[in-house]
Design a protein around this ligand. Sequence first.
Ligand code: ZN
Length: 504
Amino acid sequence: MSAQDSYKKLIESIREIAVLASAAGVLGWDERTHMPPEGAQIRADQLSLLSGLVHERFTDPKIGDLLAELEQSELMKDSGSIEAANIRETRYDYDKATKLPKDLVEEMSKTTTLAQSEWVRARAANNFKAFQPWLEKVLNLTIRKAEAFGYEGEPYNALLDNYEKGMTVDVVADTFEGLRKELVELLGKIKDAPKRPDVSIVERDYDVNLQRVFGESVAQAMGYSFTAGRLDITTHPFCTGLGPGDTRITTRYNPKRLNDALFGIMHEAGHGLYEMGLNKKDYFGLPAGESASLGVHESQSRMWENQIGRSLPFWRYFFPQAQRIFRDSLSGVKIEDFYAAINNVTPSFIRVEADEATYNLHILLRFELERAMIRGDLKPADVSSEWNSRFKKYFGIEIDSDSNGCLQDVHWSSGLIGYFPTYSLGNLMSAQFFAKALEDMPDLYEQFERGELLKLREWLRVNIHQHGTRYRAPELLKRVTGQELSYKPLVDYMYAKYSDIYGF
Ligand code: ZN
């Protein structure tokens, strides 16, 4: 077979696997939006069968043989080509998928299923001691997993790599350390500031149907296509790219708060635009047709949610519309007061409810603790006290219960260790990408004032979306912005915004 024929064969095989995986994706979407509660067992059976089939097909030695042949072919000559990237990254994923012994995969799956239900109980009872043995079990299995994958430096690198290919724990730790100092200082300034937003403006009656209409109109203005996507209701909002022409977002509405669904929709639509901008027509399932990393994905959602959605120029256009739609709650409200209200900063216990300024501190704390656990520097028994003392130091408030502290997130019980940093990496990259977009399009904010968001969408598509994983995240960031990962653009952006709102 010629190299071209083998390459075609690889594309076809991977595409078929992606089609199978996307069928599981539809079932997963349905599970979280429409499925009746009693359908849970058959759905679990369906999903487990499908994910087993996907794994079996992807780890088929025939894929390995094709890759070995292609690696020796002329297709690898130009290492920057899409073909070379597809072969290289598929090899990388293939090796990872074949490295874990079957018994470890099964044990991990069983243990995390049990650990999750123990975690739900422990959190409800505010009883960390009950969860601690499960944390120990998951941790031990996770360390075994890291050993099976192999790593340079410390085992945490093997875990981080599952979500953020090409990133290393040293770079993350250095950047986060710098960011933490800046954020703690910024929060101090905000705390002592003379001005305070009136948050009651966004905590009035907001009709759920009208919220949906307004949210959809904003998503549409962003370029989210409702003929290639849809918006549904769920408990924990998410976006799922099911394949070419089908990218779905979800949200939840609070009739007493405008922010949750509105910024939630912008966030998920930001993820959606990335999915819609990937070249899935040619490379569905292949690295060139898949997102570069979770961090890059989050950079897209956070950019739309924060840099655009929480900016004053954006609201110069959309606020008069919001006032017409939510007449009872917003008439007579000044745009500056509304802008301050949607940017309110208040340190609080719960990560998922955190504002833009405190959010990253929640992540940094989790990263520090899980890294220390994987290194063996922190025993699960000490997690609660360590969490609380760091929280006091970073946020200036005392944790009142483990349910509001180290028991609040599902990640550790699910074996998702190494995942947390991607949230903050997304925030950092969003600021870096956005600063570059502003440099390339100095009139960007004037565009927002006119309600024009599509030029930014196009800039993101050309510079980021269409490449998929042709470049890994650190290389993509460098190519687009000319910079390595940095906390400075995010900190600069925050200072500009909050000094204006809080008057410091
Ligand atoms: Zn997200």
